[in-house]
Structures are given as C-alpha cells and as structure tokens.
Design a protein around this ligand. Structure first.
Ligand code: SF4
Length: 99
C-alpha cells in the first residue's frame, strides 16, 4: 500500500500581487488552495481579473510541483507559511529555497 503524507496545509502568509483575482486588501490571498510550480516556483492559481473571487479564509498551498525546493515533501509544501510576490509578469512563491 502506498505511504500517505500527513501534514498541515501551508498558509499563504502574504501576497503582494494586487491584480490577481484572489488578492484582498492587507496583502492576503483568498484562494482556498493554490497550486505552485513547476519546475519554476510560480503561483499557478494567479490570474488577472477586475472582479475579485475567493473564500473568506486565508489561502493555503494545496499542491506544489517544485520538487527541488527544500520544503517540498512528496509534492506537498511543508513550510509553515509562504510569501508570494510579483516576478516579471507572473506571481512566484518567494519562500522557495533550493535543496
Ligand atoms: S516553499 Fe517550496 S514547497 Fe512550499 S510552495 Fe514554495 S516552492 Fe513549493
């Protein structure tokens, strides 16, 4: 039987990408769960929209495909929280740290 990973979801502590549909005042992400990567550590949930969406809760990392990050365990994020920020024309996980 395959081994299951039991861990807490990593919260998005801050995000400064204000033109994302999930951005809310106070540098908060309100997507229920984002996907990161890969192999570059971009936020795959980011999209530009004049309308705002998301839930009344802080976003978390639902999945991460950046398997060369030291926080990545079996394609899930084990960091206590992540910061997301603008990079060129997209949003990146700034907590990414190569192994
Ligand atoms: S810290 Fe590493 S494992 Fe966690 S979301 Fe960012 S790139 Fe993925």
């Amino acid at each position: 039987m395959p081994t299951m990973v039991t861990m807490q979801m990593s919260l998005v502590k801050s995000c400064n990408v204000s033109d994302c549909a999930y951005f809310k005042q106070g540098n908060q992400c309100h997507a229920m769960a984002i996907t990161v990567g890969g192999p570059h550590p971009y936020c795959d949930t980011f999209f530009r929209s004049s309308g705002k969406g998301g839930a009344e809760q802080t976003g978390a990392v639902g999945a991460c495909k950046v398997d060369n990050c030291k926080y990545n365990i079996k394609l899930e994020c084990s960091a206590e929280g992540i910061d997301v920020g603008a990079h060129e024309d997209h949003a990146d996980c700034k907590t990414f740290s190569p192994r």
